[in-house]
Design a protein around this ligand. Structure first.
Ligand code: TPP
Length: 466
């Protein structure tokens, strides 16, 4: 699929701005004017532009720790991105997110997880919410080759397939994790073929060719929208810089680096633009300068306000969502019933009152739940009760993502002991989403589990975790 002249100009602009943004970041860090850590994606710009151009308004992305390019490509203002990295109040997340967490709901960017692979669970949850809300939009999980070895990514692929969720699994295979070569770490002949295990359709594309990425994304997205099934797209590219600021790249040869540098996506696409007659060489040079200048100006503007920070009191406002006092006034009278019945009644009442409430858990359908709490709720609320495979981490992560998009998920973990498997979505995501995004996203979900039930089921079933 050939990009129109207008699209081609946008693609070039995104790639140039992404590259130059990161050149500035690199320089800021080297001058010790920016702190913390950062992961650059120099060399991977075609994946960012190709994907962004194929998406529509309302389609959500969940990038990775290497998120600058995708954030910029989706439309976030460069000054606000620089400011976020300075930790200043002008940042997209008021400086509370930083380099790896650039949530921007105005551009449908749900922010990244810095826990490799965990963003896939969250994107799964967004896809679930979109499906429940009968939206035509899709969710995109962006992740690297390294992430494809995470168990929760496999749990998510299985669930996406079983529940037929509109999820694009966008795998940027840049050949390496931190230092570990994909060729040494991955058991299958190709990364995309991992999706075969879950009956997920897949394709592999040259990630340094922006038109090829765009075409593959368009086809994948069309498939997802028309079938509501997930799709796995492996995009082959190369990280031309180190993994993070302290990486000397000792694990790869200079020859290999040079070979990939000769396939620089910006250089390749500039040549295409001239050969196709879209622009003259001078016009391309002008467009490149224009993109670079826009980023230079943003860097200057962000530098001017970089020492303005929100104070502790303001930051604390993002820690907890305000409580709704009315919630506690619903109890009109009391009767004496068992704990189990009280929970079921509450679930029933909430599911009837609010269609956004969804029960998610193992064996909560016909079986009635392990402790028979859900009982026959499956009959009364079939569209709001979802039985899951044994995938504690993925279903909890899914609930976090779904809550961020407006659902009110209630996850039942069969025994509290198994919540340890879901500790990443609970601790790193449910608890921190609101704060890290400066209140742009919240996570109104319930996690329900019997803990220390006193039933003597054994040391891994009835322990008290408090
Ligand atoms: C669960 C987890 N383990 C280890 C790390 C440390 N770490 C950060 S990035 C990275 C490599 C990730 O590789 P890949 O998924 O291919 O993404 P890339 O960095 O190449 O973009 C590792 C191991 C982490 N952040 N999270």
């Amino acid at each position: 699929m050939i990009l129109t002249k207008e699209q081609a100009q946008s693609a070039l602009s995104i790639m140039v701005r992404s590259r130059h943004f990161e050149e500035h970041i690199d320089a800021f860090f080297k001058r010790k004017e920016m702190h913390g850590t950062t992961h650059l994606s120099i060399g991977q710009e075609a994946t960012q532009a190709g994907l962004a151009l194929a998406l529509q308004e309302g389609d959500w992305i969940v990038p990775t720790h290497r998120c600058h390019g995708h954030t910029l490509a989706r439309g976030t203002n460069e000054r606000k991105m620089f400011s976020e990295m300075f930790g200043s109040a002008d940042g997209i997340c008021k400086g509370l997110g930083g380099s790896m967490h650039m949530t921007d709901v105005e551009t449908w960017n749900a922010g990244s997880s810095a826990v490799v692979g965990s963003g896939v669970n969250l994107a799964l949850g967004l896809a679930f919410a979109l499906k429940m809300q009968k939206s035509q939009a899709i969710s995109v999980a962006i992740f690297g080759d390294g992430a494809t070895s995470r168990g929760s990514v496999h749990e998510s692929m299985n669930l996406a397939s079983v529940w037929e969720l509109p999820l694009l699994l966008f795998c940027e295979n840049n050949n390496y994790g931190m230092s570990a070569a994909a060729s040494r770490m991955i058991s299958t002949s190709s990364i995309a073929s991992r999706a075969d295990g879950y009956r997920i359709k897949h394709a592999t594309v040259d990630g340094n060719d922006v038109e090829a990425v765009y075409t593959a994304c368009k086809e994948a997205i069309e498939y997802i929208r028309s079938t509501s099934r997930p799709f796995f797209l492996e995009v082959k590219t190369y990280r031309c810089c180190g993994h993070s600021k302290s990486d000397a790249c000792l694990y790869r040869s200079r020859e290999e680096e040079q070979e990939w540098e000769s396939r620089d996506p910006i250089f390749l696409f500039s040549r295409v633009l001239v050969e196709r007659g879209y622009f003259t060489e001078e016009e391309v040079a002008h467009l490149i300068l224009e993109g670079r200048k826009r980023v230079d100006d943003a860097a200057v503007d962000a530098t001017a306000v970089r020492d303005i920070h929100i104070n502790l009191e303001q930051a604390m406002e993002y820690l907890l969502a305000p409580e709704d006092e009315e919630t506690y006034k619903v109890c009109k009278s009391t009767t004496r019933i068992s704990y189990r019945d009280a929970i079921r009644e509450a679930l029933d009442e909430e599911m009837s009152r609010d269609r956004a409430v969804h029960l998610i858990g193992e064996d909560i359908g016909l079986y009635g739940g392990c402790f028979r709490v859900t009982g026959d709720l499956y009959k009364k609320h079939p569209a709001q009760l979802h039985e899951t495979p044994v995938s504690e981490e993925a279903i909890t992560g899914l609930a976090v993502g779904a809550a961020m998009l407006g659902l009110r998920p209630i996850v039942e973990i069969m025994y509290g002991d198994f919540a340890t498997l879901a500790s990443d979505p609970i601790v790193n995501h449910a608890a921190k989403t609101r704060f890290m995004s400066a209140g742009q996203l919240s996570c109104p979900m319930v996690l329900r589990a019997p803990i220390g039930s006193g039933t003597g089921h054994g040391a891994q079933h009835t322990q008290c975790l408090e």
